[in-house]
Design a protein around this ligand. Structure first.
Ligand SMILES: [Zn+2]
Length: 256
């Protein structure tokens, strides 16, 4: 089989033996793949500064004849996203996004929309000072792509619009929104959302990816959105997201 090109973003890198590296990538053509970069620890020219987390690459790789390990033959740098590794809040946001992509995507199950969203998120973190904004918009869109789009413009029971009431509640069990009167009939934990946060999230579902950054929101709104979407995601995944504790600290608004 011949080498095939793809755009790809590095999710993680580990050393393998004396000279090689194992690189997990999200590629546009093949989805999430694990690859081996032979001689990556020795050959300075071919892979130097390229096989780093969050880097966007143009790769050539050979799909495996058997098993799941791709052979990474070439990598050209498209965007190093250097500040995601050198600035702590950006590193934390990127790590969270990285972890969610890994949890939500299966191996070799390509979805160009996930690739585009990931590339958008890493570019956005470099330009945006509010970590809650990029991470909440990312999570919102990822949930939609993966088939878990929460419905955010009306009560899921009586269909009252978000324009008609100031506070709603989201049930992480099924991503359903309830108004104040309907939620009295529901058992289990829930998370409140103000109308302002819901409007922001609803716009975040509608806009084209390249326009998403135009949405303006306060740190408090972004954090409320992030915390609710995170709780819903955890319910879907039934797994801990390790980077959440760090992200929470940098995304939360200062307490009064
Ligand atoms: Zn209702």
């Amino acid at each position: 089989m011949t080498d095939q090109p793809s755009l790809a973003i590095v999710l993680s890198v580990t050393s393998f033996g004396e000279a090689d590296k194992i690189v997990t990538l999200y590629s546009r053509e093949f989805g999430k793949i694990t690859s081996i970069a032979k001689g990556a620890k020795r050959s300075k020219q071919r892979f130097v500064n390229k096989l780093e987390p969050f880097t966007c690459l143009e790769i050539s790789c050979r799909p495996p004849k058997k098993g799941s390990l791709y052979f990474l033959s070439e990598a050209d740098l498209v965007n190093a996203h250097l500040s995601l590794r050198t600035t702590y809040p950006r590193y934390v946001s990127a790590t969270f996004i990285n972890e969610l992509v890994q949890r939500f995507s299966g191996e070799q199950d390509p979805d160009p929309a996930v690739f585009a969203l990931l590339a958008w998120a890493f570019d956005s973190i470099e330009q945006e000072e509010n970590p809650g904004k990029t991470t909440s918009l990312f999570l919102l869109r990822l949930l939609g792509i993966c088939g878990y789009q929460p419905q955010l413009d009306h009560c899921g029971s009586c269909h009252k619009s978000i324009e008609q009431e100031a506070h709603f509640t989201l049930y992480p069990g099924n991503g359903t929104l309830f108004c104040g009167s309907c939620r009295r009939n529901i058992e289990g934990s829930s998370l409140s959302l103000t109308r302002q946060t819901l409007k922001f999230l609803h716009s975040g579902q509608q806009l084209q990816l390249r326009r998403l950054n135009r949405l303006q929101m306060s740190k408090a709104t972004a954090y409320q959105a992030l915390a609710v979407l995170f709780s819903y995601s955890r319910h879907i995944l039934q797994q801990d997201i390790h980077s959440w504790e760090q992200l929470k600290k940098i995304a939360a608004p200062p307490s009064r």
